[in-house]
Write a new protein. Structure first.
Length: 326
């Protein structure tokens, strides 16, 4: 092979390499999907759809939400963990899937700290104690505690599934108040709150995100909030801490965006910036706050540190309240 031919082939090879590298960095070039490990209509799903629409418009790329419910969130999270790490499959996860499940279940089909690249904390969501006044005629938290003590096990509370905040917070409430109520787990917040509204279950420690429409319509009564401070939207509703004289009782739910581990750092960084930009849009922020969520944002590193703190917090609650998987 003469030198001229070698030079031509070398140039062609370099050109192909540059073309391939260009194709690899031309993200996004196709539809992005966000896996939600819960049914449609719940808070994780709502958050994913609001954020997905905003990110899609910014990136000029379709962003679709795929609901992969079942198995305490294991099915959807497991699928997301095994997805190609190319920036085209993301996951909107919850406090339950990333902080509580790893400490509640001995065996789960994913490692919350190793199988994912944190992108950004999206929102925190206050948890509220809501009751159906037709089947549970109490107006205050002290009245609720009194009725629970008088009727141990006869009052049911709904949850979005075993191991989520709507399960663990009331378990902690039971421990702190010395009461007992029966846990009725559902496959997502939507079905759970629907049965509370229908009167099939009396009570739920729900996210403000999904309960707000029913509180505003009068179908549910808000007895209290589990945050440290009263909510601006409901200034007359007391916190659990003040109503029951438990100063250290505090809990909030949260939802965050993740990519599979190994996703290129530049894509993760870009996604994180897109989340921040989306949450700063007045229309997006208003839509989330109107539903009861508090926009968060932040770096991947901040989310990783926050996740580990939450795992430690709820791990202690699980031990203290002797919570066991259903």
């Amino acid at each position: 092979m003469n030198n001229k031919l070698k030079a031509v082939l070398l140039a062609a090879g370099l050109g192909l390499a540059q073309l391939t590298a260009g194709a690899q960095t031309a993200w996004p070039a196709k539809t992005i999907r966000i896996i939600v490990p819960f049914p449609a209509g719940g808070p994780t799903d709502i958050t994913a759809r609001v954020l997905g629409q905003a990110i899609g418009e910014s990136l000029k790329t379709p962003v679709i939400v795929e609901n992969k419910a079942g198995g305490h969130g294991f099915i959807g999270v497991g699928e997301a963990a095994k997805a190609p790490a190319d920036g085209y499959t993301l996951m909107m996860a919850s406090i339950g899937t990333m902080a509580i499940n790893p400490r509640l279940h001995e065996k789960i089909p994913y490692d919350a700290n190793k199988d994912f690249a944190p992108v950004s904390l999206v929102v925190t969501v206050p948890i509220v104690v809501v009751a159906n006044p037709r089947v549970l005629p109490v107006a205050t938290l002290p009245e609720l505690v009194e009725r629970l003590k008088a009727n141990p096990g006869k009052i049911n509370f709904a949850s979005a599934g075993n191991g989520g905040s709507s399960h663990l917070v009331p378990e902690y409430f039971k421990y702190r108040t010395g009461t007992f109520m029966t846990h009725i787990p559902y496959k997502g917040s939507g079905p759970a709150i629907g049965d509370v509204v229908a009167g099939q279950v009396q009570l739920m420690f729900d996210t403000l995100l999904t309960s707000t429409p029913f509180v505003k319509s009068g179908k549910l009564r808000m007895l209290g909030v589990t945050t440290a401070q009263r909510l601006p939207q409901y200034p007359d509703v007391p916190t659990v801490a003040e109503a029951l004289n438990m100063k250290d009782f505090e809990a909030s739910s949260w939802y965050a965006l993740y990519a599979p581990a190994g996703t290129p750092p530049d894509i993760v960084k870009r996604l994180s910036a897109e989340v921040d930009a989306a949450l700063k849009q007045p229309a997006v922020a208003k839509r989330l706050t109107d539903l009861g969520a508090i926009p968060a944002g932040g770096t991947p590193e901040k989310l990783a540190a926050f996740q580990r703190l939450e795992q430690d917090k709820w791990g202690k609650v699980i031990q203290l309240a002797h919570v066991k998987p259903d």
